[in-house]
Design a protein around this ligand. Sequence first.
Ligand SMILES: [Zn+2]
Length: 268
Amino acid sequence: MQNEYEIKKEMCEIGRRVYNRGMVAANDGNFSVKLNDNEFLCTPTGVSKGFMTPEYICKVDAEGNVIQANKGFKPSSEIKMHMRVYKERPDVNSVVHAHPLYATTFAIAGIPLTQPIMPEAVIALGCVPIAKYGTPSTVEIPDAISEHLQYFDAVLLENHGALSYSDSLLNAYHKMESLEFYARLLYQSNMLGGPQELSKEQVEKLYEIRRQFGLPGKHPANVCPNAKEGKPSCHSCGSSCGTGTADASADADLVASITKKVMAQLGL
Ligand SMILES: [Zn+2]
């Protein structure tokens, strides 16, 4: 088991990866690690995550109040978003927020990632819904992500960026990498005339592999909100995945055909 200092060092290393891979600009992005039910480590606001050392890292309680922070450092302004994830998902030990270029592009275009195009993305992520836009640093974002937390381990934030969470910092970060790679492949294959999607049968086989692996976290393979309501589930939901509401799900086919037409018109 890592001690606190080792976790802080790992947070600095993840910060370097997030920054060097262009998943954030300037001082953007933030991530946190749960130590126990009332102590959490988080990145500070207003510094580049690519150049942190362990003394930059702040410690907060379950409400986001500062327990310890060195002079000149304040916890991330998005700490409320992190705390909502820990509160509603006791299985989560780390939360990562970034603005990766392609994932954020989809979040800005308002297009969730629901096309099954490659095995790893289907197994690791399933569909990735979009949480409604909220003003950063207010409770609007925590409230917006709340409806998706029980069903997904990664969420796009409308007109903003992306959020991933898992049982460890490395796994939460890897989910962010996978999410960005998926978004990039989807974007680029659309440039070449559109992806060939995996069939329903192929997707179901991948879901079965996911179940056999017993991977941690929630996954639409098991818990898709649409499937529970007997409607088209993840990867056949016509982008209504994660909307959860009866109206939106009932119009799944319509939404799918409109999305396809709009994307075709845009040359996507
Ligand atoms: Zn952000």
